[in-house]
Design a protein around this ligand. Structure first.
Ligand code: SF4
Ligand code: SF4
Length: 208
């Protein structure tokens, strides 16, 4: 197996996409008046699947910077997460388990958290490649504020995810050397990305 690694340039490009997301998130959250401070919920127990090799590799960039014992503790929590989530899924239940990266109530890998972690909460819009428009209402707390403050849901500001997703796809395409279609689809939780180790691709038996 050959590890899929982000070059320093691609890693910077992805970090830039993430920063744009955070800036847009902050703008919309401020306009609406949404803050996670004091929220009775903790969204880090939500069950999300992630879909790019780029994010998987970026997550591992962060994990490798951690002290050995911290990484070991995370891997152990991730193994438990995977085991528990599979049990829930077998019972056709949606898992609600704390992300293995939570450390003392906070994200232990904040700089390397994934796209979903940076977008969840505020209203968002997106135009799909087939031209269909979508709108997402945001978390329960956001929906309560929107209902109180705006006449119609669509009057509330929203983050347009379209260009950000396009930029993410561009990073993924470069990482996979323009052969994205040849790679197996990624559909993993953060815990699975940790347990499986960094992303890798099978190498042919006879390499010259
Ligand atoms: S995103 Fe919403 S539900 Fe989640 S912690 Fe923040 S305010 Fe609470
Ligand atoms: S990566 Fe960090 S922000 Fe994302 S779910 Fe895990 S602990 Fe929460």
């Amino acid at each position: 197996m050959k590890e899929i690694v982000l070059s320093p340039e691609l890693s910077r490009e992805l970090a830039q996409v993430y920063s744009s997301m955070v800036a847009r998130y902050d703008q919309v959250a401020t306009d609406i008046g949404l803050s996670c401070q004091g929220c009775p919920d903790n969204c880090c127990d939500s069950y999300f699947l992630h879909h790019t090799y780029a994010e998987w590799a970026y997550l591992w960039e962060g994990l490798r910077e951690l002290p050995e014992e911290k990484l070991e503790a995370i891997i152990n929590r991730a193994k438990k997460y995977v085991e528990e989530s599979r049990k829930k899924l077998l019972k056709k239940e949606r898992p609600q388990l704390m992300c293995p990266l939570i450390d003392d109530g906070l994200c232990g890998l904040y700089k390397h958290r994934l796209l979903v972690c940076r977008m969840h909460g505020i209203p968002a819009t997106m135009t799909r490649p087939d031209g269909q428009s979508m709108r997402f209402p945001g978390c329960f707390r956001c929906q309560e504020i929107v209902e109180e403050k705006y006449q119609r849901e669509e009057d509330a500001p929203a983050m347009d995810r379209t260009s950000l997703f396009q930029q993410m796809v561009a990073v993924e395409t470069k990482l996979l050397d323009e052969k994205r279609h040849l790679f197996p689809r990624v559909k993993l939780t953060i815990a699975e990305m940790i347990v499986q180790g960094p992303p890798a691709v099978a190498t042919p038996h006879c390499e010259r």
